[in-house]
Design a protein around this ligand. Structure first.
Ligand code: CP
Ligand code: NVA
Length: 301
């Protein structure tokens, strides 16, 4: 694995190795054991969009591993004034050991990767959010002690996180049922790719059907970064797709409720479910740190 732009950049073996490494790093951190395997190494983190979890977890991951992370907001870079993506990639490759990038268009991370001699990590694009899914799979494995054979229900917008989840489920032998309104389906090519990997993917307009007997109920915001101009239409179209107690009751008794965050209580998830006993959202957010540490070590060591 040279870059992580899509979940498909990982083999099944890579994925299992990353999850095992992440679990080990988590346990070591709890015991206060430090490792400085990335000492004297710096990474750059290019952000075209806002972030709380991704930015902080990557920065802390690098610091914990003895290295350094530079936050590069495109508004402050020459990239924001017309310097090309390719030139930026060539230059940054001379200073850094890895580039993490959160971008509007997936083509931008592709272009960065094509022009970098260092690994490039997609920290969210309009197409995928693979770093999120690494943490999510780690969280599911912690709660369920396995991935294979579980049913994962995605309720809401078939967005970037959903696309990566579809691939992550296929690679982990989990069934995934996506419930979304017409016009909000996940990326067709990704669904096809997942099915080629042996994934069991269903897409329905019925949230109850997707949630029935689910081991995992998952949702994300109805208005992703970049979709703000469609806000009112999205809220109206997606309103029947809220994770609430009705869907929790349809799922397995020990269902876990997940959300990549930030959450909008009263929109994609009801407050009682978000803050209720099935919710694992903060463990999930913590796992961003452990999963990304594993990723950085795998890419840079
Ligand atoms: N889940 C996630 O990527 O959060 P941030 O946008 O805060 O990084
Ligand atoms: N789908 C959301 C995820 C935020 C972490 C977005 O792209 O804004």
């Amino acid at each position: 694995m040279k870059h992580l732009l899509s979940m498909t950049d990982l083999s099944h073996e890579d994925l299992v190795e990353l999850l095992d490494m992440a679990a080990d790093l988590k346990e070591k951190r709890l015991r206060g054991k430090v490792t400085d395997l990335l000492k004297n190494k710096s990474i750059g983190m290019i952000f075209e969009k806002s972030s709380t979890r991704t930015r902080v977890s990557f920065e802390v991951a690098m610091s914990d591993l003895g290295g350094h992370a530079l936050y590069l907001n495109t508004r402050d870079m020459q990239l924001g004034r017309g310097e090309t993506v390719a030139d930026t990639a060539h230059v940054l490759s001379r200073y850094l050991y890895c580039l993490v990038a959160r971008v509007y268009s997936h083509d931008t991370v592709r272009e960065l990767a094509e022009n970098s001699s260092i690994p490039v990590v997609n920290a969210l694009s309009d197409l995928e959010h693979p770093c999120q899914i690494l943490a999510d799979l780690l969280t599911i494995r912690e709660y369920k002690n396995r991935l294979k054979g579980l049913k994962y229900a995605w309720i809401g917008d078939g967005n970037n996180v959903c696309n990566s989840a579809i691939l992550g489920c296929a690679m982990s032998d989990m069934e995934i049922a996506v419930a979304c309104p017409p016009g909000y389906e996940p990326n067709g090519k990704i669904v096809e790719q997942a099915r080629k990997l042996g994934g069991r993917v269903t897409v329905t307009n019925d949230p109850l059907e997707a949630a029935t007997d689910a081991d995992v109920l998952y949702t994300d915001v109805w208005v992703s970064m970049g979709d703000e101009q469609e806000r009112e239409k999205r809220l109206a179209d997606l309103s029947p797709y809220q994770i609430n107690s009705g869907l929790v009751d349809a799922a397995k008794q020990d269902v876990i409720v997940m959300h990549c965050l930030p959450a909008h209580r009263g929109e994609e998830i009801s407050a009682d479910v978000m803050d209720g006993p099935h919710s694992v959202v903060f463990d999930q957010a913590e796992n961003r740190l452990h999963a990304q540490k594993a990723l950085l070590l795998k890419l840079m060591c």
